[in-house]
Design a protein around this ligand. Structure first.
Ligand code: PLP
Length: 397
């Protein structure tokens, strides 16, 4: 099975590339969308309420607010937390840029706190070290689908009067100490982009137990207007008041119908993601150059991503070379993430850059994301393991 690498002209493990993530749509999902397309309400109708209520029940939160994407969900949360010019929010660097961009949308300053070396989740000790009199919020990211240490973060937030936001875009279906993701922070944000656990094409959600925060986010997503079209229709009134400068980041009814249909399948899909992760765990336990991220004992991991760290001291190749070799074998590997503070925007605007978060920076050099999505077969999983084994063996010192 080993032998000449595909990148050197050998035969690839797979002819057709396996993607790192992919949506799953069945006929019933399509039928649910078509039904709404034939109805009276294409947007701001009954399916929005239905999806919000089902989602809130799923995560054990009182309120859920649907928005147009996960980035809008983060923006709405920063608005509801009243972040403004002069305010700081503490953010993980090991995430997609949107987790920090949302602070900047509101005129605030993101302050990067380094991650734990084993899990790459924001380190509560580093969070505490970055607190200033201007700190107003913490944006914790459940990187790869593992919930952060919310008891420790809650303790810091409560002592200092900060708003705790969970960017849970990776972690729907996970839990921490038996409590579901979506109920672990003041506000939790989700994305329904096709690579995420469930999809509405584009879409997002924020969950909270605080009805005041929920109301602020409903106003935010609808131009800063306090009532929506359907509420005015019911009241037979044309009057409305715009109380603040909001945006239009509503989610349509046909998208919410898709979300509802997808949500029913989520528990089975999370279980399948966990099964795939266990198969990887077992295989990589026998490969000393490949180290999966550590999973704490008090969580249920939702596995949006399966990330490995390469022991580069034992390899004659860089991460970039291993990445290229795996792609050549037909495995759609990826890298999550370029640390946010490396991006030119954050260097130029906030004086960020290398040196700010050494743990995240060192991890970034070693990371590779492997494919994980519920529709992967066990043969697909075996192909990934074969390719990883083939490539690390070929590059062994
Ligand atoms: C996907 C994602 C987002 C953004 O969601 P969109 O729906 O693409 O706007 C934000 N944060 C994290 C951690 C994500 O994975």
């Amino acid at each position: 099975m080993s032998g000449k690498l595909a990148i050197d002209g050998g035969t690839p493990v797979r002819d057709r590339r396996l993607p790192y993530g992919r949506q799953w749509l069945d006929d019933d999902d399509i039928a649910a969308v078509v039904e709404v397309l034939r109805s009276d309400w294409l947007t701001t109708g009954p399916k929005v309420d239905e999806f919000e209520q089902a989602f809130a029940v799923f995560v054990g939160a009182r309120e859920a607010v649907a928005v147009s994407n996960g980035t809008a969900a983060l923006h709405a949360a920063m608005y509801a937390a009243d972040i403004g010019p002069g305010d700081e929010a503490i953010v993980s660097p090991m995430t997609f840029a949107a987790s920090a961009n949302c602070v900047v949308y509101q005129g605030g300053t993101p302050v990067f706190a380094d991650v734990d070396a084993d899990t790459l989740l924001i380190d509560p000790v580093q969070v505490e070290a970055k607190i200033t009199p201007r700190t107003k919020a913490i944006v914790a990211v459940d990187y790869t689908g593992q919930p952060c240490d919310y008891d420790a973060l809650r303790d810091i937030a409560d002592r200092l009067g900060l708003t705790l936001v969970a960017d849970a875009c990776h972690a729907i279906g996970g839990s921490y100490k038996g409590r579901p993701v979506g109920s672990l922070a003041d506000m939790s944000t989700f994305s329904f982009h096709p690579v995420k656990h469930i999809t509405t094409g584009e879409g997002g959600m924020i969950t909270t137990d605080d009805p005041e925060l929920a109301q602020r986010m409903r106003v935010f997503r609808n131009h800063g207007i306090t009532t929506d079209h359907r509420q005015r229709e019911r009241q037979g009134s044309w009057l409305y008041g715009m109380v603040d400068l909001g945006y239009n980041c509503r989610l349509t009814d046909f998208q919410c119908a898709l979300g509802l249909s997808q949500l029913r399948k989520l528990p089975g899909w999370v279980a399948r993601r966990q099964e795939i992760a266990t198969r990887y765990d077992v295989a990589f336990a026998k490969m000393p150059t490949v180290e999966p991220l550590r999973v704490r004992g008090d969580v249920s991991h939702a596995y949006h991503l399966y990330v490995i760290c390469l022991d580069l001291t034992r390899l004659r190749a860089t991460r970039t070379e291993v990445f290229a070799a795996l792609r050549a074998e037909g495995i759609g590997v990826n890298v999550h993430y370029i640390p946010v503070h490396y991006h030119p925007f954050y260097r130029e605007r906030f004086g960020a850059g290398p040196g700010l978060c050494p743990v995240a920076e060192a991890a970034y050099e070693q990371l590779i994301t492997l494919p994980v999505f519920p529709r992967m077969s066990n043969d697909d999983v075996a192909d990934v393991v074969t390719a990883v084994h083939k490539v690390v063996e070929a590059y062994l010192r």
